[in-house]
Ligand binder design. Structure first.
Ligand code: ZN
Length: 307
């Protein structure tokens, strides 16, 4: 008891002395194994299936299941909540085959990430999806998530981060509070903003992209798991955001399947390689958890600010 009290006092002292603390949301796109767009096909196809894709088998979930198990363990170990944007098709799979992974999702915020990982804009698949179709897709996805998890998603992230005016209009009509599909080049954690125009009234929560001499860097851990950037580069960017912070929200994002799949070699990873990725993610989480930073869900953050 005494030790616990001392620890609490120490934490308080440490937090009040710490000047810079930032708002952080860990956002997780929960979808099938490496979903990729295919020309002429409305929905995604798992990368590993593309060479033999004949229009039928389009999704596998082995890496998603493995990665999700590790992700949920990490969140539990760190005692933090994330925002999950869920592809409804993946949730249907999990309910059928890995029911034990469904309930722990509810400790986090539940958002929506399409029904069947559609390219809603048709920009990459070449398949145009008009407003009515987009509305139906998002409505079905929302209903599926709601019927399985018994919670209403308030936030949406478009597959491939591809959303257009019809998407935002459909989200408004379906009662969504916010969208988070927009990348924003910025050196400070960005503030959400409201889009209010005719039939559109929704908050946009931008995904920050840090401008660098050599180009730019997102805080999607994509490049970390593809071994194109190391943990130190992520730490540097997080520190830079911390220095420039004015109270916005820093999002760190990833896909569970990526812990177990290497795109550049189109292969499922071995156990020890997965372990290495989990350890790298742990290092990023450790840095985020330092200095009394506030890690919460997007909805919790939006509740605390005025827009
Ligand atoms: Zn996705």
């Amino acid at each position: 008891m005494f030790l616990k009290l001392m620890y609490m006092l120490f934490s308080l002292f440490k937090c009040s002395k710490e000047e810079i603390r930032i708002n952080i949301a860990i956002t997780i796109d929960l979808d099938r194994d490496c979903p990729m767009p295919v020309q002429g096909v409305k929905h995604a196809v798992s990368d590993i299936l593309i060479p033999d894709f004949n229009g039928e088998t389009d999704a596998v979930f082995d890496c998603t299941v493995q990665g999700l198990k590790r992700t949920l363990e990490l969140l539990k170990d760190f005692g933090i909540k994330a925002t999950f944007f869920i592809e409804a098709r993946t949730l249907l799979f999990l309910r059928e085959h890995n029911g034990e992974l469904v309930k722990p999702l509810l400790k986090n915020e539940i958002g929506c990430h399409g029904m069947n990982h559609e390219d809603l804009t048709g920009e990459i698949t070449g398949v145009r999806i008009d407003y009515n179709q987009q509305f139906k897709i998002v409505e079905e996805a929302t209903q599926t998530i709601k019927s399985i998890l018994k919670v209403e998603p308030k936030g949406f992230r478009a597959p491939y981060l591809k959303a257009n005016t019809s998407t935002i209009k459909a989200l408004t009509k379906l009662g969504y509070l916010y969208d988070s599909s927009n990348m924003l080049k910025t050196i400070e954690p960005p503030f959400p903003y409201r889009i209010n125009d005719g039939q559109i009234n929704i908050i946009e929560v931008p995904i920050p992209v840090y401008p660098r001499n050599s180009g730019k860097m997102t805080l999607y851990t994509w490049a970390l798991f593809e071994k194109q950037r190391n943990v130190d580069e992520y730490k540097k960017i997080i520190n830079a955001y911390k220095k420039n912070d004015k109270g916005g929200l820093l999002q760190i994002s990833f896909h569970p399947w990526h812990l177990a799949y290497l795109i550049k070699e189109k292969r499922v990873l071995k156990e020890e390689e997965i372990e290495e990725n989990v350890n790298d993610l742990k290092k990023v989480f450790t840095q985020l958890n330092e200095n009394c930073n506030k890690i919460f869900t997007i909805s919790e953050y939006l509740n605390e600010i005025e827009i």
